[in-house]
Ligand binder design. Structure first.
Ligand code: GDP
Ligand code: IMO
Ligand code: MG
Length: 449
């Protein structure tokens, strides 16, 4: 069976914590989209691991797979693997030969395209990792795949075709003086061919796989597979708040396409939506429930930001804060077909003077229970709030030991409301960042789905 973990909101919902927890019951953990734009935090025995590319299960001695739907920066990959080795771990990471490689020029172009877009307020506030430009090249059939790095002649052919185009884009369209900049090497065929062929050598040593075939064989052997979504539903390229999105499909459909495991298999398994008990986001774009409009709200946002550690894992940027948005969650649950949800960060909301949830939106005099399809309409949505009774500070470890019934009644009412509205049972509740600070109601690997 398979378990798919999906971000329900805008990323950073605490997916890493649940992948880590349930990943203990999996044999293989697969990332199916995105790249080193993700930042997943895993806390084990007081040690914190921040992973961008290596699947979170790698700290659990599982096989971590980067599927064909991923974009892989080999520099980050090997830095991260070597960093984990320095900390005494032996991560077993496999990379799909069909995954696309991020090259240094993708990062440079990510930065200069964002700057160009910012004049029209269309910049997405990207992580600057070259994600969008790499997926563009994939769709444009000029990308370089992991399999191409294994053959220096193929790699050189591909580079000789694409690098002059990238150079022209940077110099002629964006006016960058490459020779005067720090980026000359990023557009140099010889330098790239040498560096990336070295990565190819390392990948050829048991890491590069035919992902679909590999996972099929593992399933035949009875292995259990967990799909680890990165990012979140509202920044999905198809279902999110375009253009303030990432360039891949974090939603559950992406698990099939991005790994080569059939949708019938993924669909017979569990699909768990990870929910943060409020909203936070890095990056630009509208956010109807954002706490920002007056001094009192700003103070509240600062409180939640500090308490929840709401600073980007990848970039360190302070995250924007908002109340929980139910139309966003209903949208997420429908698109991925959640069979269960995990609600994290309920401890962060403890001790507030007021607690609100956006139950619906008002748009042009009408009440909407789901997100509208255009971002312009979403921007015009006014939240229709419901008030909940705030709960006192939690003794998280004691509550996690005792279980759900130990949660204050107000917290339970909040959680049950969310569960009812998204039409999916609660599988887990996060009351703190540590592995022991999660209340588990259902382990998705135990449901025999
Ligand atoms: P991901 O990108 O979805 O994996 O989430 P991140 O790791 O980027 O951000 C989530 C942050 O919240 C991390 O620092 C986690 O350790 C932390 N976290 C996860 N669950 C909880 C929770 O229930 N309560 C609190 N206070 N922190 C949590
Ligand atoms: P995890 O997996 C939160 C956001 C960026 C930006 C937009 C596009 O940790 O939840 P990109 O670099 O992907 O082209 O940026 O998407 N973004 C994330 N926000 N969590 C993430 O990952 C994100 N990955 C990308 O801030 O708004
Ligand atoms: Mg994150």
């Amino acid at each position: 069976m398979t378990v798919t973990i999906v971000g329900s909101q805008l990323g950073d919902e605490g997916k890493g914590a649940l992948v880590d927890r349930w990943g203990g019951d999996a044999d293989v953990i697969v990332r199916y989209q995105g790249g080193d734009n993700a930042g997943h935090t895993v806390v084990q025995d007081g040690d914190e691991y921040k992973l961008s590319l290596v699947p979170s299960g790698a700290v659990r001695d599982k096989i971590g797979v980067l599927g064909n739907g991923c974009v892989v920066n080999p520099r980050t990959l090997f830095e991260e693997i070597d960093g984990l080795r320095d900390r005494g771990l032996e991560p077993d990471v496999r990379v799909a030969k069909r995954a696309h490689a991020i090259l240094p020029y993708h990062r440079v172009l990510d930065g200069i395209e964002e700057e160009a877009k910012s004049d029209s307020d269309l910049d997405a506030g990207t992580t600057g990792r070259g994600i969008g430009p790499t997926y563009e090249d994939k769709a444009g059939r000029r990308g370089i795949r992991i399999g191409d790095l294994l053959d220096p002649a193929v790699l050189r052919d591909r580079l000789e075709y694409v690098v002059p185009q990238k150079r022209a884009l940077a110099e002629e369209l964006y006016g960058l003086d490459l020779e005067e900049s720090d980026h000359a090497d990023a557009f140099d065929v010889d330098a790239l061919a040498e560096e990336y062929a070295d990565y190819g050598d390392r990948l050829a040593d048991g890491m590069a796989i035919n992902c679909s075939r590999f996972l099929y064989a593992r399933r035949q052997d009875g292995d259990r597979i967990m799909f680890e979504g990165a990012q979140g539903t509202s920044i999905d390229i198809d279902h999110g708040i375009y253009p303030y999105v990432t360039s891949s499909n974090p939603t559950a459909g992406g698990a099939a396409v991005g790994s080569g495991v059939g949708p019938t298999v993924v669909g017979q398994g569990e699909v768990v939506g990870i929910v943060k008990a409020y909203l936070s986001r890095v990056g630009t774009g509208p956010l109807p429930t954002e706490l920002d409009t007056n001094d009192r709200e700003e103070e509240l946002a600062d409180f939640i930001r500090e308490k929840g550690g709401e600073f980007g894992t990848v970039t360190g940027r302070p995250r924007r804060i908002g109340w929980l948005d139910m139309p966003m969650l209903r949208h997420a649950s429908r698109i991925s077909g959640f069979t269960g949800i995990a609600v994290n960060h309920v401890d962060v909301l403890a001790g507030l003077d007021e607690l609100k949830v956006c139950h619906a939106y008002e748009l042009d005099g009408e009440q909407l229970e789901v997100m509208p399809a255009t971002t312009e309409e979403w921007d015009r949505c006014e939240p229709v709030f419901r008030e909940f009774d705030p709960w006192p500070e939690l003794d998280s470890e004691a509550i996690a030991r005792t279980g759900y019934d130990a949660l204050p009644k107000g917290t339970q009412a909040y959680l049950e409301y969310v569960s009812k509205e998204v039409n999916a049972p609660i599988y887990a509740v996060g009351v703190g960042p540590g592995r022991e600070e999660t209340i588990e109601l259902t382990n998705p690997f135990s449901t025999n789905a």
